[in-house]
Design a protein around this ligand. Sequence first.
Ligand code: AGP
Length: 611
Amino acid sequence: MCGIVGAIAPRDVTPILIEGLRRLEYRGYDSTGVALVDGNGQLALRRAVGKVARLEEKLTAAPCSGAIGIAHSRWATHGGVTEANAHPHVSGGRIAVIHNGIIENYEPLRAELLERGYVFQSETDTEVIAHLIHDCAKTAGDLTRAVQQAVARLTGAYAIVVFDAQVPDRIVVARIASPLVIGLGEGENFVASDVQALLPETRRFIFLEEGDVADIRRDTVEIFNQQGEAVTRPEHVSSLSADAVERGEYAHYMLKEIYEQPRAIADTLSERIVGDHVLEAAFGPKAATILPQVMQVHIVACGTSYHAGLVARYYLEQGARIPCTVEVASEYRYRNPVVSPNTLFLAISQSGETADTLAALREAKKLGYVATAAICNVPESSLVREADLSLMTRAGPEVGVASTKAFTTQLAALSLLGLAVAQRRGIDRRITALYARQIRSLPEMVEHTLKLDAQIKVWAEQFADKHHALFLGRGPSYPIALEGALKLKEISYIHAEAYPAGELKHGPLALVDDDMPVIAVAPNDRLLEKLKSNLQEVRARGARLFVFADPNTGFEPGDGIEIMTMPDHIEPLQSPLLYTIPLQLLAYHVAVLRGTDVDQPRNLAKSVTVE
Ligand code: AGP
């Protein structure tokens, strides 16, 4: 998704902007650009289709520098992937604008501006903002006022960053529904869509709130709310280190992040289970009053986070004996749901900025839930700031577009939620103590599971030339099959589907032949024998079976069936998380063999901040 970086400093800001863009590459993008006010007071613009490296080549071919500048990585929404559509967009040779989000009323504004004589160079909604601010600047007498007047006419979602080359003493920014953070330096200040971009420069951040406009100069930051009143927003000091996003010895971020899982899960559990007890305070100061009222949970999320929600349903229904429903956010927000009394609304999101999940949370706040809660990986995110309760996954920055450690830490956090609710519901203490011990041993068991990597790499060779794959599971292994299929399709571009194995004979069995590898998730649980029968149906149609199974499940390798044996002593509560690991590794190795862009797969973005 689009990325924003801006800087005003007593030095050349070009390297800061390029490094910021590089650090935002993980979000996914298709073109980049930079605008600076050069030493002669002229606006210098360089843009390129493709990776940040292409922009660097342009800067080498035609160097420019300046003490005030803005840079952007674009993920196309309005208009194709072309240099003309890349940001920054410029009006009158002086106003430069970068923008994340979507302007919904750009067509009437464009028509109005065309009539007023503005000439458009691109197909984007963003260029409308540049001309509108230029138009307002003619009478406003001040860039900040011009931006305030212009944004008052915009509907939709935006984070915008603007400078005026004729008054190069400030950057003006504004946001609604798209994140924007100001980085504070000494005699210099910065702005970005994500703290990651600015960590080499500062750890001190101000998170702008909905409707804020800020005037950022070298020594001052002035913030105004949507009503135009001067306001103060708190300063946060980030605990993230600048090198948390380095790849180190790993060939890809995804592989690094897969191997980080024992540490990430241990961090997520740390200080939250004491003895055999989950500390409710981990969910926030209101948890002690909210959790006792919870009789039902409704979970809303997207993509991988939705799959985590599907697993959580088992934690909450089987473990804590309360009803739980799960839904994708893009459907929920338009459904006009009926809310049962004492229902907790739970949003799950790695980024905490996913547009649909955030909109669902905002909708839910109007609907009479007992409270809203977020399970999220980014403490400063909009989702966390707006939910009543939150539990942070401590995965650390996840750079690979394909979620790995974000998913397993979500499962760890959700198992804590299940246990906290079970405690409150008065479930037998011997049972909750057993759950607590099983949750605590997860990091060590993930470590053991990662040892399957070399064998999985060999299996991957049998998938590299395939066009389709089918993943099967039952009970809580079905969402894991869904997650395995999502991983494979998003990074290897092999078409992959997941089915609850019992559904096979109701349609998908027609697809099965000797060219369709079938991957089965087969823990030793109460559905094992049912799954085995389903797999017989698949074998009878000539499919090649790849089964991930517990020891002593009775599967025998043979003609057309390969078995990968998981570590010993996996308990049902642990199996969803542990069976995820080999499926992540399988997708990774298949993608490497096929030579795809593992960390930044085509057409995808890390954080989907538009609807
Ligand atoms: C999966 O690998 C993707 N990263 C994607 O499905 C992701 O889970 C989805 O876009 C939701 O993102 P979020 O967790 O940041 O809300």
